[in-house]
Design a binder for this molecule. Structure first.
Ligand SMILES: [Zn+2]
Length: 410
C-alpha cells in the first residue's frame, strides 16, 4: 500500500513536471543553430535580460556593423520576458556609423523556427542606444531574430527541389572560406540558340544578414522556372548567384566573409588568378571569374537590404536603361524608392573599396546596378516587409528585368 501511494505521488509529480516545465526551469538563451548569433547575456532579473549584440568587424577590426541577432529562448512559456539589446552603434566605411537595430525594425519571432511574425513594436532609447521589447510566449521555446532568417540549408533544399528542371543548370563555381559550395544557376531554354539571347545576371546575399535578398532571389528563381516564366526562358539567359556568402548565412555573419573581407568591397583588388587572393576572398574570386569567363552581360543587378530607404544605383553611362528599369519597378512592383529616379554612382572609390557593380561598371563598362530594400515599414506595402512580400517581389523583379532587357536589346 505504502509503495502504491509512493508510486502515485511519483506519477502525479511527473505529470506536474511535464505540464509545467517552465515553472521548474530557468529561462535560458541559446544560439547553437544555423544563423544563431548573440553575445554575452546579463541577467538583470529573473525576467529581464541585457543582450550584447556582437555585430561583425573586418580583418582590420574596423567597420564593425551591428545588423544581426538570432537566438532561442528556452523555458519561456507563460513568462513575461523583457530583452534589452545593447552595443548597437557601429562603424561604416571607416566613419562612425548609425544604429541599424532600432525601433523602426522590431524583431521577428517564431515558436517553431519556421513561421515568423513581427513583434508590434520595439522601444529605442536614444541616450543609451539600447532597444527593448517584451514578450509573453505561449510555447517553451521561442526564436527571435532581427529579420526572418534564410539559411544556407534552405537554399540547399530549394536547389534539391528544382535541380531536375530541364531549363536549369546548377554549377558549383567554387568554395567559401569554410568550404561551402558557391552556386551559379543558369536558367534558359537550351533548345533556343544561346548567342541570340541577352544575358541577365542577378546576385543575392553578398551580405550575411540581408536575408530579404535570398527570399527575393527564391521568388525570382521560382517564377523563371514556372510555366509563366517559359516565354522568358526562351528569350533570355539568366545567371543567378543565389548566395555569395553562405558562411555568413550559416554562422550569423553581417557583411564580411570568414576572413573579414567585405563581400561587396574589394572587387577591384581581388584577383582570381592570385593564390593569396583566392585564399582570403574565395567568394569574390569565384563569382568574379565566373562573370569574366562567361563574358556576356546585358544587365547585372546585386540585391541588398538596409534599414529604411530603398534605391536603385547605377552609372550615368547606362542612364537610359536605368531610367526604364526604375520606372517599371515603381509602376509594376512593390519597390518603394525614396528618390525620384536612379541614384548615380558615387565618385570613383578608393583602391580596394570597389563594390561589385562599381567594378563591373567602372572597370568593365557593363550595365550594372545595385538595389537596396529597407526592412522598416513600407508605405507602399502598408506594413513591415515579410518573406511573402519578398518572394512576391522576386517574381515582379524577374518580370521587370526581362521586359526592360528585351525592350533595350530590340
Ligand atoms: Zn549589403
Amino acid at each position: 500500500m505504502k509503495n502504491k501511494v509512493l508510486e502515485r505521488s511519483c506519477v502525479l509529480f511527473s505529470i506536474f513536471l511535464l505540464a509545467f516545465p517552465a515553472i521548474c526551469a530557468d529561462v535560458t538563451i541559446t544560439t547553437n543553430f544555423e544563423g544563431g548569433m548573440l553575445g554575452p547575456v546579463e541577467k538583470l532579473s529573473e525576467t529581464h535580460f541585457l543582450c550584447h549584440v556582437p555585430g561583425q568587424a573586418d580583418h582590420d577590426v574596423r567597420n564593425r556593423q551591428v545588423s544581426w541577432y538570432s537566438f532561442c529562448v528556452n523555458n519561456a512559456r507563460g513568462r513575461e520576458l523583457t530583452f534589452t539589446l545593447t552595443d548597437l552603434r557601429g562603424e561604416y566605411n571607416y566613419k562612425p556609423g548609425g544604429v541599424c537595430i532600432n525601433g523602426e525594425a522590431p524583431p521577428v519571432i517564431s515558436t517553431d523556427g519556421k513561421i515568423w511574425r513581427h513583434l508590434a513594436s520595439m522601444s529605442f532609447d536614444k541616450v543609451t542606444d539600447r532597444a527593448s521589447f517584451t514578450i509573453t510566449p505561449e510555447s517553451d521555446h521561442v526564436w527571435i531574430a532581427h529579420i526572418e532568417p534564410y539559411t544556407a540549408s534552405r537554399l540547399n533544399q530549394l536547389l534539391d527541389e528544382i535541380r531536375s528542371h530541364p531549363d536549369l543548370r546548377d554549377d558549383v563555381i567554387g568554395k567559401s572560406v569554410e568550404g561551402r559550395d558557391l552556386h551559379l544557376l543558369t536558367i534558359t531554354d537550351p533548345v533556343r540558340k544561346e548567342t541570340e539571347k541577352p544575358v541577365v545576371w542577378l546576385m543575392c546575399r553578398q551580405h550575411g544578414w540581408e536575408s530579404g535578398t535570398s527570399f527575393v532571389g527564391e521568388g525570382a528563381i521560382r517564377f523563371l522556372l514556372s510555366d509563366e516564366g517559359r516565354t522568358y526562358r526562351k528569350r533570355v539567359i539568366f545567371k543567378i548567384f543565389p548566395m555569395v556568402d553562405p558562411d555568413g548565412c550559416a554562422g550569423g555573419g553581417v557583411r564580411f566573409n570568414r576572413n573579414g573581407y567585405d563581400v561587396n568591397r574589394n572587387w577591384d583588388s581581388a584577383d582570381p588568378a592570385n593564390v593569396e587572393s583566392r585564399r582570403l576572398m574565395p567568394e569574390i574570386c569565384a563569382t568574379k571569374k565566373a562573370m569574366i569567363d562567361f563574358g556576356r552581360m546585358d544587365f547585372f543587378l546585386t540585391l541588398h537590404n538596409q534599414e529604411r530607404d530603398e534605391w536603385l544605383s547605377g552609372s550615368e553611362k547606362h542612364g537610359q536603361l536605368a531610367e526604364r528599369f526604375f520606372t517599371r519597378l515603381v509602376k509594376d512592383t512593390t519597390f518603394n524608392p525614396s528618390a525620384k529616379g536612379p541614384v548615380p554612382s558615387r565618385h570613383r572609390p578608393a583602391q580596394g573599396r570597389f563594390s561589385v557593380y562599381e567594378f563591373l561598371d567602372m572597370q568593365l563598362g557593363k550595365p550594372a546596378f545595385l538595389m537596396e530594400q529597407g526592412i522598416a515599414n513600407s508605405s507602399k506595402l502598408g506594413h513591415l516587409p515579410t518573406s511573402a512580400d519578398r518572394l512576391n517581389f522576386g517574381r515582379q523583379l524577374a518580370h521587370a528585368m526581362c521586359e526592360v532587357v528585351l525592350e533595350h536589346s530590340r
